[in-house]
Design a protein. Structure first.
Length: 248
């Protein structure tokens, strides 16, 4: 996830490894740090990455707010989670900073309005099947541009793309992905939810469970299963040389 305030010193990646053999550095920063070619090349074989997801279940007790409804509505970024009321302005400011600091520095995207409109629509539809053509017209861009936007969101960990698991049965969906926003607070914000109803909790619970899986497994290798009659399993883990694990 994007750090909300940490930075990395520009000279960090130039530390001579042979001269400072006993020094270990913990660097926190934007989710785009790992996409930088300079960072990848200069630290090849000398770094390990830890994915800091939004807050997990054990964090709720530590922060003294164990209610899931609060975590769902406020989201899992600590400053937002600790806010007394839903921090609506902070969600928009975070998104503006995301465009300025993450997108502009590494990706050649020029149509800010189209990209941000796509982000809004995608987060509002979070947890659903993804069809690029559905977003092209309201965002006033091509289907190819939408696919590119989604790739950017996935690279920066703002969206998680789950591909369908298949046992090669003809009735299964094999190509259409599902897309989840990275944080329940942003999903609620873009859906216009200021209070949660009972029927809202199932969808948000899916997001929360996905976040738990990603945090503990440190992996995005998670799929879903669905057939053409709309029978569905929320998440499927399919480790190599082991039978798949269905999570519903």
């Amino acid at each position: 996830m994007r750090s909300t305030g940490s930075t990395i010193h520009p000279g960090f990646s130039r530390l001579p490894p042979d001269h400072y053999q006993d020094i270990r550095v913990i660097a926190t920063g934007s989710s785009t740090l790992g996409t930088s070619a300079k960072f990848r090349d200069t630290l090849a074989g000398r770094k390990a990455e830890l994915w800091l997801t939004p807050m997990v279940h054990s964090d709720l007790e530590a922060f003294g707010k164990p209610a899931l409804a609060h975590r769902f509505l406020h989201g899992g970024l600590p400053p937002f989670f600790l806010a007394k009321s839903v921090p609506e302005r902070d969600f928009q400011e975070w998104m503006d900073a995301y465009w300025a600091k993450d997108i502009q520095e590494l990706f050649r995207l020029e149509r800010r309005h189209s990209f941000q409109r796509f982000v809004e629509l995608l987060l509002a539809a979070s947890g659903g099947l993804f069809e690029a053509t559905r977003y092209a017209r309201p965002c006033e861009v091509s289907r190819t541009a939408i696919s590119n936007y989604l790739a950017v969101l996935e690279t920066t960990y703002v969206a998680h793309v789950l591909h369908p698991f298949s046992s090669h049965a003809t009735t299964e969906i094999t190509s259409t992905p599902k897309v989840y926003g990275f944080d329940t607070g942003f999903v609620c914000y873009y859906r216009g939810w200021n209070e949660l109803r009972r029927e809202d909790m199932g969808l948000l619970c899916e997001h929360f469970v996905l976040n738990e899986l990603q945090a503990h497994l440190q992996s995005r290798d998670i799929q879903y299963w669905r057939d053409k009659k709309a029978h569905e399993v929320d998440f499927v883990l399919a480790p190599r040389n082991h039978p798949p694990i269905a999570i519903e």
